[in-house]
Design a protein around this ligand. Structure first.
Ligand SMILES: Cc1cc2nc3c(=O)[nH]c(=O)nc-3n(C[C@H](O)[C@H](O)[C@H](O)COP(=O)(O)O)c2cc1C
Length: 356
């Protein structure tokens, strides 16, 4: 068996898949390009970033979380957040959050209209404003309600349904096994697990032992997520835990070539080339102000870990035009081109907050 075939085998390894209420479970996951997926990140995994990561060979692409209610009240802006690029090379999901199954089912129709392949429900957002309304991680506190909630959505939508959750509300409420069972019973295609509780936020380490335990019992595909820093770690997690795929979030911001590295595809690692490609997408989708904001952020992440990155970041935020940003970036990345890629350490704090 080749390494690539071995890796693809993981996507299929789920003992009870044939008994699954939805036979689409087999079809959807087998359409994934590889088992190394881009994690959803609010304010980041918009249409431009997803397109870029598609070109970087990410296995599956998922949007930032989109409010089901937002589709009622600010439809144009919310629809913009959900946009899917032309001819994606793999499956694309739109992540929705909300407290009403009716609203989510309504939002799912819009997801279908824009040409996405599946609807993902956010059950992991730890943010107070979200959990206070009974959305995100709050939905993990009552697995039997969760089953009714997901079943009601599933009955009303045509697209495949997936979920992304945490391990539970806190150490005393590790409801992950029950919530995975609820997802299975309601006909979800897979469960992605960020291996932390809601109480942990982004502190401590993702609990991969628990993810492996969940995988060993689960009757539907399990996607593991949390703290993967490099391609070797991604492959190791996949092999050691037997999960069907892994999701990579923050590491892809500092090393967007990580998905290519995971599957052994050649990667040029040119920061300037990547920024130029990203810029084309930004210009197609945003005005100059937003283009500048996204470009500054992305170039700062790419520079992280190189000598003088802090100075570069400061310079970036003093730039008032796209041309200035590109000029500074060209200078910086040509100066560091001969250096080995920065290593992202296990205990290094980076972007310690988010919506899942
Ligand atoms: C800035 C940021 C925004 C995030 N937004 C979302 C989101 O919209 N939906 C979601 O399910 N998870 C979200 N997350 C969580 C990530 O998908 C992922 O679960 C988490 O970052 C752990 O994976 P990592 O260590 O590979 O980054 C976000 C994380 C970050 C850092």
């Amino acid at each position: 068996m080749t390494a690539a075939n071995g890796i693809l085998m993981n996507l299929m390894q789920t003992p009870h898949l044939s008994d699954h209420p939805s036979s689409a479970a087999v079809r959807l996951i087998t359409r994934a390009r590889s088992p190394f997926w881009l994690a959803p990140m609010a304010g980041i995994t918009d249409v431009c970033f997803r397109q870029l990561m598609d070109e970087m060979q990410a296995g599956v692409l998922i949007s930032e979380l989109v409010s089901a209610k937002g589709l009622f009240y600010n439809s144009a802006k919310t629809r913009k957040m959900m946009r899917v690029h032309k001819n994606p090379g793999t499956i694309v999901g739109i992540q929705i959050f909300g407290e009403s199954s009716e609203d989510i089912a309504h939002a799912a129709n819009a997801v279908e209209e824009i040409g996405a392949d599946f609807v993902d429900i956010n059950l992991g957002c730890p943010v107070k404003k979200v959990v206070k309304k009974g959305c995100g991680a709050a939905l993990m506190r009552d697995p039997s309600y969760l089953e009714k909630f997901l079943s009601a959505i599933k009955k009303k939508i045509r697209l495949p349904l997936t979920v992304k959750m945490r391990t539970g509300w806190n150490e005393d409420e590790l409801t992950i096994h029950e919530c995975v069972e609820a997802a299975y019973q309601s006909g979800c295609e897979w469960v992605a697990i960020h291996g932390r509780t809601r109480a942990q936020g982004y502190e401590g380490r993702a609990n991969w032992n628990l993810i492996a335990e969940v995988k060993s019992r689960a009757k539907l595909p399990i996607i593991g997520n949390g703290d993967i820093r490099n391609a070797d770690q991604a492959k190791r997690r996949l092999q050691e835990t037997g999960v069907n795929a892994v999701m990579i979030g923050r590491a892809a911001l500092r090393n967007p070539w990580i998905f290519k590295e995971c599957i052994g595809a050649p990667a040029s690692r040119s920061g300037v080339q990547l920024l130029n490609r990203y810029l084309i997408g930004l210009r197609e989708n945003y005005d100059t102000r937003f283009t500048l904001i996204f470009l500054r952020k992305f170039s700062s992440w790419l520079a992280f870990g190189y000598p003088a990155a802090a100075k570069f970041r400061k310079n970036m935020f003093a730039c008032h035009s796209v041309a200035e940003v590109m000029q500074q970036a060209e200078k910086f990345f040509s100066q560091v081109a001969h250096l080995p890629p920065p290593v992202m350490e296990d205990d290094e704090a980076f972007m310690m907050g988010g919506h899942g």
